[in-house]
Design a binder for this molecule. Sequence first.
Ligand code: PEP
Ligand code: MG
Length: 891
Amino acid sequence: MNADTKWVYAFGGGNSEGEAGMRELLGGKGANLAEMAKLGLPVPPGFTITTGVCTAFYENDRQYPGELNGQVEAALAQLEAAVDKKFGDPANPLLVSVRSGARASMPGMMDTVLNLGLNDETAEGLAQLSGDRRFAYDSYRRFIQMYSDVVMGVDHGIFEDILESFKEENDYSLDTELTAEDWETIVREYKQAAASELGRDFPSDPREQLWGAIGAVFGSWMTDRAKTYRKLHDIPASWGTAVNVQAMVFGNMGETSATGVAFTRDPSTGDTGYYGEFLINAQGEDVVAGIRTPQCLTEAMREKMGDPSPSMEQALPESYAELAAVFDKLERHYRDMQDIEFTVERGRLWMLQTRNGKRTAKAALKIAVDMASEGLISETDAVMRVDPAQLDQLLHPTLDPEATRDVLTAGLPASPGAACGAVVFDSDEAEARAKDGEKVILVRIETSPEDIHGMHAAEGIVTARGGMTSHAAVVARGMGRPCVSGAGQIKIDYASKQFTVGRRTITDGEIITIDGASGQVLFGEAKMIKPELTGDFAKLMSWADASRRMKVRTNAETPADCQTAVEFGAEGIGLCRTEHMFFDADRIAAVREMILSDGQDGRVTALDKILPMQRDDFKAIFRIMETRPATIRLLDPPLHEFLPHTEEDVADVAAATGLPADLLMQRARDLAESNPMLGHRGCRLGITYPEIYEMQARAIFEAQVAVEKETGVKPVAEVMIPLVATSAELAILKARVAGVAQAVAEETGGQPQYLIGTMIELPRAALRAGDIAHDAEFFSFGTNDLTQTTFGLSRDDAGKFLGDYLEAGIFEKDPFVSLDKDGVGDLVRIAAERGRATREGLKLGICGEHGGDPSSIDFCEETGLDYVSCSPYRVPIARLAAAQARLRRQS
Ligand code: PEP
Ligand code: MG
């Protein structure tokens, strides 16, 4: 910033200092107004005060830059010249609108003040000039109400009450019945009301009004609502907002005047055809305020909705034709669907805004695909147009928009999709009932890692407590389970197995439906619609696949998940966590027997019972995956997680092993750890109990041989050793696994096709990747543990205080959701470089949660990984994100 910094940019009147490319400086609205003026479209002239002023204002103790006043005065003079009116001149008054305009459109900020510059004298001047007294005083009362409300914080209800009682006293039912004199009376009453609220006169000096409105826009950048919105949408506070001051044009100047909003295509379906609403003889806020019912823009839309009022196409055919031509021009120019505001003043069309329109995921897909077919954009442009995170909306069954909704309450829309089932309050019970074929919704005050099995078994999850990054929310999203979190009105009573919400009580077994997209919890079964994965979706995904370099795999271990992932386009398994196969109810007894038996023989006996089950698991997976590679990770969780919990559990093990119960209890106590995440887990188990990994390796290789014999298709396994810190660990375990492969080959005469590699999930492993790569045929970055160990931040407990860290700005994003590119990312880069320096072309992938997060996927592309792996429901998101990451680097 220096003395000749330009703070103000003029547009309109045949002159435009800005353009669309300057949205950082001019905000979205200002940049597009400038661009439209440049294109020769009818834009009321005005000027934009830059976002730089907002930033300077907050950096400088809420003071404006010294030169601002002079630059605003100069722009105002230019504006006066362009429209041949004068600001504050009673004989020929210039009136302006003042609007905010951030880079990204941002609810929560001061929006609009219209008719600014009116006072008793200029209102009279406007009446003379327009020849319409009623219009002048109607505009004046609107201004007092709007300015008092948005700039001075006076409750608008006060003004509405005045108007309502006036109408009642005079037997009016519609605003249109009020005469010019009536509005004059209202203006007097409004001014009195404002003065008594404010404790001083309503400002009548137009310049004071203008600076008041400018100050209100900049002030609104730091309101709680704006801050919350920015946080939710990752908008940095440093961006600031611009202010747009623009000559007023009037849609309320009689029957040939109108105002409206429109989209160049349908924003909810993406269908072609203009879509919008308008009102005759009205100002902008009337369309959104719902005081009068707007009419349809087009005849097609009017017929579809069966609306009896004439469309704009009928009522104002010339203005409509002009508007339609502008729509086409803007769509061709911006090469995207536009969201437009316009006004017709006595038959003359004015454009007040254009921007790329917000749209549903369905519309985003259709518009991108249609525009590519129309030749407006390329196929790769189309790929870049759809937000990968938004795809989530399309991959789950959703509530039928027509469904009747008996809404019990609403919480946070934590994980999208709709689900319906019987209410269950306990995770074990959820699992048991789901096993019996019942569809259940798990309802908990909050969830913890102990609820994972219940969450997995449930169709959906509701919690009374917790935010968008609570355990329930994060885990549900990962699993692709719909979830409503933080539904605070629900009071759960676990003991009596019921919850109340308001006056209603819902008991265990009653059916509810949850809508993870809106956060609603509904009573009963609401109608749903299935995801549509063909048509536009399939087309866009095929373009994405043609553009991407990285492969996309899935984290899956059940045949059902593998199948879903393959349908979603997974090209392999990046992580099959074998521990769940140990937790299954019918296996856990044998697992406990193995852990608690004293000595290798006992363990081998127990493992012999597990082997055939593991082999069957792998066979099922290989059949589904066919020739797609499957990375199977050998056992990882801390040993004590398998320990018996109840006396009954101990008795089962005692019966199976013949060992006394108290000895078993003692062994269980001995095995407990105070810091299990850093304890006896991962390859450390493999080192201590060689038989476990040997059994698992045998199950894998035997399954491969068996499936090849059965189907003729050769399965590809990538055997992965977890939690390696040293090259010695890997060398020892690799030799054992390879030994088993050899043995299986000799015993069966088959030839399993496999690689042996490791996870890189500890900082030491990343740093010593050069050594480790001597034995590893691939690396897979376990960024969950790598994040945990790099930060020294417990995966299971951090949720309790991460919110404070995000609030304080210490973390911009939850590092377990979005990869910390600076710290954890550095370790990944180092490991990739050092690993590949030892072994050229070393295969690199990621299998932490980050593998499904678009910004982390972008990092993976940049780092040159070969694939990302994520939960099945995120596979399409990852395919699209990987394509975008690639395309970003090509352009
Ligand atoms: C990881 O640590 O990133 C990983 C994928 O393994 P897990 O989450 O099973 O520890
Ligand atoms: Mg891990």
